[in-house]
Design a protein. Structure first.
Length: 140
């Protein structure tokens, strides 16, 4: 397994529609070893692999890479976590914590997926799924 692979050799990346983007196809905002404090707003898909403190807002997809350490209030359409997040996470569609990912804090999501090996330490609240979407197999 290379540095960007998950369990069973699966590539770490974001799901856009039904196509899963590979890690190298996702623009990075912070590379490992970089630290930023502030307010981040973006559209599209963004991956963080460094350290971030502050707030993050998007209607789209945030990927927290394996090397990331994020301390933030996050509002997003979808969030995929492979690294560490502390704070509050509110998503409108889906939150996925992958094997090796850690979440400490409060989260609100209509669909919550926890892979084996993921850590969730805090409060979780599941809202109703988006209109026309029913949770599928593997959704918690």
């Amino acid at each position: 397994m290379g540095p960007d692979t998950g369990t069973a050799g699966r590539m770490e990346g974001a799901t856009m529609g039904r196509k899963r983007l590979r890690a190298e196809e996702i623009p990075e905002f912070l590379e490992p070893g970089t630290a930023v404090t502030g307010e981040l707003r973006f559209s599209g898909t963004l991956r963080i692999d460094g350290e971030f403190h502050g707030s993050i807002t998007t209607e789209d997809v945030l990927v927290v890479g394996r090397h990331a350490d994020v301390h933030a209030y996050i509002r997003a359409g979808e969030v995929e976590i492979y690294g560490s997040v502390s704070g509050t996470i509110e998503v409108t569609r889906r939150l996925e914590v992958n094997s090796g990912g850690t979440v400490r804090g409060k989260l609100d999501a209509p669909v919550l997926v926890l892979e084996e090996g993921a850590v969730l330490d805090g409060q979780s609240r599941m809202m109703s799924p988006p209109e026309g979407r029913k949770p599928g197999a593997g959704d918690v």
